[in-house]
Design a protein around this ligand. Structure first.
Ligand code: FES
Length: 69
């Protein structure tokens, strides 16, 4: 789904940005342009960002622990 119409940013783009290290709205704006024009998308973008960060944290918790032999 499109989150930012002005810059054609989707929820998937935001999830990808989080996987690339984005962790706040300033970084998301810099990385994708989301929110850089009319600003109508900022609230929705913040929600998707928050959810994506929570999912990323959760998946990191589920990664296997590397064991030193
Ligand atoms: S909809 Fe995102 S800046 Fe306009």
């Amino acid at each position: 789904m499109y989150v930012c119409i002005c810059n054609s940013v989707t929820d998937s783009d935001i999830r990808d940005a989080v996987l690339d290290g984005v962790c706040n709205m300033r970084q998301l704006k810099h990385s994708t342009g989301c929110g850089s024009k009319c600003g109508c998308c900022k609230e929705m973008a913040a929600e998707v960002l928050q959810q994506s960060l929570a999912e990323a944290r959760q998946s990191k918790l589920q990664l296997p622990v590397m064991q030193m032999a």
